[in-house]
Design a protein around this ligand. Structure first.
Ligand SMILES: O=C(O)Cc1cc(O)ccc1O
Ligand SMILES: [Fe+2]
Length: 446
């Protein structure tokens, strides 16, 4: 595939395409031509390879990038346990999980003005093990402070899919800058170092950390070659580097659920040029092209899948990221909201803004969450059932200004002590409030 090196002085320029091969150089001619590791790379840079898959992963799955930087990443001190303000860390997350079949719902998580990105992350639920590279973790974040001017963070545990609920994120990554606005998501693959500042104040949202594999676009099957999230709407940064050399930096690493820190006397943001397919990217959820039923019945929510991380079983995901954007409902003779159901897949939901059509009785609020675990029965609350089974079925636009989302997993999700107790957001009466008032309408004779 022919590629053109991208050169720009602009901080926020992007290259478009999902897992496209990108080349970018902040200084013209900084990329070696025709080879990856010349004896002397251009401008006295070092070549460094960043592998997101095994060297021998099939070509179709192989994700790696070549970085041309001022000092190799290896030049840092030994790691020691991270000195955090947040006692959540330095306890192995997966060991604190509890598995319970209750339907769970959380009130909006509080903003926290006192902490930065690193200290804001709270594991709420998860499955599997980062050490075994299997499963996922779900975090809530709420931060009010910039990361320290000379601090960078990376996770060795997995890819971060960041769903911003409030505020904006200014993210300096090794591979360039990304500015994340409301209703956008950001994916930062395993290992990539970054620093987050908050130019417009407090931020809040959700993170899915994928311990195994990487996100892909879902297959489109009979839908054809377009729709849902289109490849060209995924945006990767262009190379951008800081030249400052002689300063102490702290590098914070998340490694099997624990945080560590190391020091180095050079900036981690010194990548002058890079090429490859392993890079951070953002996507505006407003660009999702929604497909739906134009005849009758409520289709499976898989038609709203933005990204999927497959397991070894075809069609079964370790994690799906699914959204519920504003859309027209036109189905005839149909109970239009989601059906009542029990699912072998676990469903963690969040709300970025607005309302969610299955829960009109209140209680599912922006910045809140719910968890319907494997086979935990759920569906529209009594209020929604009452309205939807009696309403006049004219074409209706739902969700104007709304965006709910779901992290689905084939794995059973455990909930952390923080999620169940410490956050103090679990609604005591979720089950009763939603389904206790469902009345029998059964009549043997009509
Ligand atoms: O439970 C939920 O609210 C999520 C959901 C939505 C939908 O349209 C169909 C199934 C489903 O699990
Ligand atoms: Fe569901």
């Amino acid at each position: 595939m022919p590629v053109t090196a991208f050169k720009t002085e602009e901080k926020y320029a992007y290259q478009n395409g999902f897992q496209s091969y990108h080349e970018t150089a902040a200084i013209e001619d900084a990329l070696p031509i025709g080879q990856n590791s010349p004896q002397k790379p251009p401008f006295g840079l070092y070549s460094e390879k960043l592998s997101g898959t095994a060297f021998t992963a099939p070509r179709s799955e192989n994700l790696q990038s070549w970085l041309y930087r001022i000092i190799p990443s290896a030049a840092h001190s030994d790691f020691t346990p991270y000195k955090s303000h947040n006692s959540q860390w330095n306890e192995n997350a997966s060991s604190s999980l509890q598995w319970i079949p209750n339907q769970l719902r959380w009130d909006p998580f509080d903003l926290d003005l006192e902490v930065d990105w690193v200290d804001s992350l709270k594991l709420v639920a998860g499955a599997g093990s980062a050490a075994l590279k299997s499963g996922l973790g779900i975090f809530i974040f709420a931060a009010g402070k910039d990361m320290h001017e000379h601090q960078a963070f990376y996770s060795a545990d997995g890819d971060f899919l960041i769903v911003l609920q409030q505020g904006v994120l200014d993210v300096q990554t090794e591979l360039g800058w990304i500015f994340v606005r409301p209703n956008e998501i950001l994916v930062i693959p395993r290992g990539i170092r970054y620093r987050i500042t908050l130019p417009e104040g407090p931020v809040r949202g959700y993170v899915l950390e994928l311990y195994q594999g990487h996100f892909q676009l879902p297959e489109l099957g009979p839908i054809g070659s377009n729709c849902l999230a289109n490849s060209r709407d995924f945006q990767a940064p262009v190379a951008s580097f800081d030249e400052e050399v002689d300063h102490d930096w702290t590098l914070v690493a998340k490694f099997n659920g624990n945080l560590f820190q190391a020091s180095q006397r050079h900036t981690p943001f010194d990548v002058v040029a890079w090429h490859g397919v392993y890079y951070p990217y953002k996507y505006d959820l407003g660009r999702f092209n929604v497909i739906g039923s134009t005849s009758f019945d409520h289709p499976d929510p898989s038609i709203y899948t933005v990204l999927t991380a497959p397991s070894d079983r075809p069609g079964t995901a370790i994690a799906d990221f699914v959204i519920f954007p504003p859309r027209w409902l036109v189905m005839e003779d149909t109970f239009r909201p989601p059906w009542y159901h029990r699912n072998t897949i676990s469903e963690f939901m969040g709300l970025i803004q607005g309302d969610y059509d299955a829960k009109t009785g209140g209680g599912f609020k922006p910045a809140g969450a719910s968890l319907h675990n494997v086979m935990s029965a759920h569906g529209p609350d009594a209020n929604t059932h009452e309205i939807a089974s009696n309403t006049d079925l004219k074409p209706t636009k739902i969700g104007g200004g709304s965006m709910a989302f779901m992290f689905e997993s084939c794995l059973m999700l455990g909930v952390t002590h923080w999620g169940l107790l410490q956050c103090q957001k679990i609604q005591k009466n979720y089950n009763e409030q939603s389904w206790k008032d469902l009345k029998p309408h059964f009549k043997r004779s009509v």
